[in-house]
Design a protein around this ligand. Structure first.
Ligand SMILES: Cc1cc2nc3c(=O)[nH]c(=O)nc-3n(C[C@H](O)[C@H](O)[C@H](O)COP(=O)(O)OP(=O)(O)OC[C@H]3O[C@@H](n4cnc5c(N)ncnc54)[C@H](O)[C@@H]3O)c2cc1C
Length: 585
């Protein structure tokens, strides 16, 4: 039995981007538009709650900040791969987002004079990371959600796992899903869809990301014939706590923390003499890995992971408690280290996907030929507009979740109204697309050839492979090995079925579906990285250490062919204001 729902707008994902989109629809059109907000976890458990350090916005032009400066920092940070028109739109919308959150009750940290405080962040030439201690994402989620509950005519679907995006004749028709509690197959028909499913950090083993961040949205897009943009650009955050990978926010360096090697040296002076620890993340991560490769790191005897130290001791207990309470708690609980008295062991951890679903600057989802898939938007980390290009600046992601949610939400609502006025009937996905997806999922429960023990092995092997060959430093040999392993795992995965054959809370089945998704995403990342024979932003090729604007100032698009292979094509970068120059910090 297939349960059918109809909503004007269906939003997949209830992180910052999804919540902001829902709120935009409600605060502008109220009850007029019905919204379904779907999340595979309880709504407030979306990864966004873990965001720590801050959200970038220009708040103090009288003190020297400006839109042009924020845009320039972002574009230089992106190693000139960002689309500059998208960046301008982003920086201009941001200040109002901070003020709206303020009005809705977000307790931003304050300056002594009571005005909103901002802290320095990597690659920003003005301290413009707006924060609420080191729990910024938590407060942002809480504020958006508490605002949203004041509105009617929207429903939340928690623990509902979306499996496919239905597009027919270039028009969005709805999504299919599994209600995890009952195991029922659901179809959400909708005029407009907003995909806000977040990143794909879990394709790596050493990552700051929650277990749920498995790239489902990216993989669903691929299966629906939508290309992914710039997937080879994965951000490695310089300071993942060893051995777990839990994030130690850049705010720790923003507040004045130092990085030191085995010789007690502040090594960043050799890599970024001006910005030091507050150079952009790609620069700092490469510096740490160079120290480690040249023998100036430490080794954790249990995990075998090599690391450097993040020293906060000189900040003093009072400042650490006030500005970085969460970091102190994490270090004590997860590494047995109190940063007040001991430095913290850190190494680069997979942290962010610069790439994602191919969209224009209004977050409209595009096909390989650049045509809009009518009725479909993507917002937040899953989308690539592209603001972050080859390397995202810290504090720009939560910011983009807000602006993209706002733009996508507003546009989706307007589209619904327009199509209704034009008398277009409610969308009806064809029975064959529904039946096909139902079969893809539920046939697995009938098959017994191979148990799912292997799915956990496949997932582990994939994540180790990505850590080993598609990490901070890459080369042709390693990337080819990675690709070969990913393709083998993908083949092996075709014969893996869940051992649990029940319908109720079948997490075994969800793991199978997620792992299939992770493999497709990893395939895009590794393939894009192999073909890009240059170094730009977070993508560093030891065998091609220079940026090559002549051949590579372009976005990679990866898409899935009918015979289940990834193909690659390219699309130009929009440059409106600044020509690429050498990037120094
Ligand atoms: C530890 C940590 C700290 C960070 N700190 C900062 C910071 O200080 N500043 C900053 O700018 N950025 C920060 N980032 C990055 C930023 O937080 C994320 O990029 C951003 O929150 C992503 O938000 P999102 O709404 O796109 O997705 P998420 O918050 O990841 O939400 C994704 C949603 O999609 C749902 N979903 C996914 N797949 C499915 C499916 N198949 N079916 C149904 N639902 C699905 C999930 O349930 C969830 O609701 C941090 C990231 C991490 C991991």
């Amino acid at each position: 039995m297939v349960d059918m729902f109809y909503y004007d707008v269906v939003i997949v994902g209830s992180g910052l981007a999804g919540l902001r989109a829902a709120l935009e629809i409600k605060r502008t059109y109220g009850d007029k538009i019905s919204v379904a907000l779907i999340s595979k976890v309880q709504l407030m458990r979306s990864h966004s709650v873990a965001a720590q350090g801050g959200t970038a916005a220009v708040l103090y032009p009288e003190e020297g900040d400006s839109f042009a400066l924020h845009a320039w920092d972002t574009i230089k940070g992106s190693d000139f791969l960002a689309d500059q028109d998208a960046v301008w739109l982003f920086v201009k919308l941001m200040p109002e987002e901070i003020r709206l959150l303020e009005r809705w009750g977000l307790p931003w940290s304050r300056r002594p004079d009571g005005r909103i405080a901002q802290r320095p962040f990597g690659g920003h030439s003005f301290p413009r990371a707006t924060y609420a201690a080191d729990k910024t994402g938590f407060y942002e989620m809480q504020t958006l959600y508490s605002r949203l509950v004041g509105y009617d005519n929207w429903d939340r679907y928690d623990e509902v796992f979306v499996t496919s995006i239905i597009i027919e004749d270039g028009v969005f028709k709805g999504v299919t899903a599994i209600d995890m509690r009952s195991g029922e197959f659901l179809v959400f028909r909708a005029r407009a869809g907003i995909i806000a499913t977040g990143g794909a950090g879990r394709i790596y083993k050493f990552t700051t990301y929650a277990h749920t961040v498995t790239g489902d949205g990216q993989a669903m897009a691929l299966r629906a014939g939508i290309p992914l943009k710039d997937m080879e650009f994965i951000q490695f955050h310089p300071t993942g706590l060893v051995p777990s990978g839990i994030l130690i926010t850049e705010g720790a360096r923003g507040e004045g923390g130092y990085l030191i090697n085995k010789n007690g040296e502040r090594f960043m002076k050799r890599y970024a003499p001006q910005r030091m620890e507050l150079a952009p993340r790609d620069v700092v991560s490469r510096a740490i890995m160079t120290e480690i490769r040249e023998g100036r790191g430490f080794r954790d005897p249990v995990s075998g992971l090599e690391y450097v130290l993040l020293d906060l001791r000189h900040l003093g207990e009072e400042k650490i408690n006030e500005r970085l309470p969460g970091i102190r708690e994490i270090a004590i609980k997860h590494a047995g280290i109190d940063p007040v008295t001991e430095p913290i062991p850190v190494r680069p951890a997979a942290h962010y996907s610069m790439g994602g679903i191919h969209t224009d600057k209004y977050y409209r989802v595009l096909t390989v030929d650049g045509k809009w898939v009518k009725g479909l938007w993507a917002a937040g980390e899953v989308a690539s507009a592209s603001i972050h290009g080859a390397n995202r600046l810290g504090a720009n992601s939560t910011a983009e979740c807000l602006t993209s949610g706002r733009i996508a939400g507003r546009q989706a609502a307007q589209y619904v109204i327009k199509t209704k006025e034009m008398g277009m009937p409610d969308p009806k996905p064809s029975e064959s697309s529904i039946a096909k997806e139902e079969k893809r999922i539920f046939d697995m429960l009938l098959k017994h050839e191979s148990g799912s023990a292997t799915v956990y092995e496949i997932r582990a092997k994939l994540r180790e492979t990505m850590d080993k060959y598609v990490y901070v430093f890459r080369d042709e040999e390693g990337l080819k090995k990675a690709l070969k392993i990913i393709l083998e795992l993908r083949e092996a995965m075709k014969k893996v079925y869940p051992s649990d054959k029940s319908r109720i809370y079948n997490t075994d089945m969800i793991t199978v579906l997620e792992t299939q998704n992770m493999l497709d995403v990893a395939y895009s990342v590794a393939y894009g990285a192999l073909l890009r024979t240059e170094s730009r932003g977070a993508h560093y090729r030891i065998d091609y250490p220079k940026r090559d604007d002549e051949n590579w100032l372009k976005h990679t698009l990866t898409y899935l062919t009918a015979d289940d292979k990834i193909e690659v094509t390219y699309t130009p970068v929009t440059i409106t204001t600044w020509k690429p120059i050498e990037r120094k910090y």
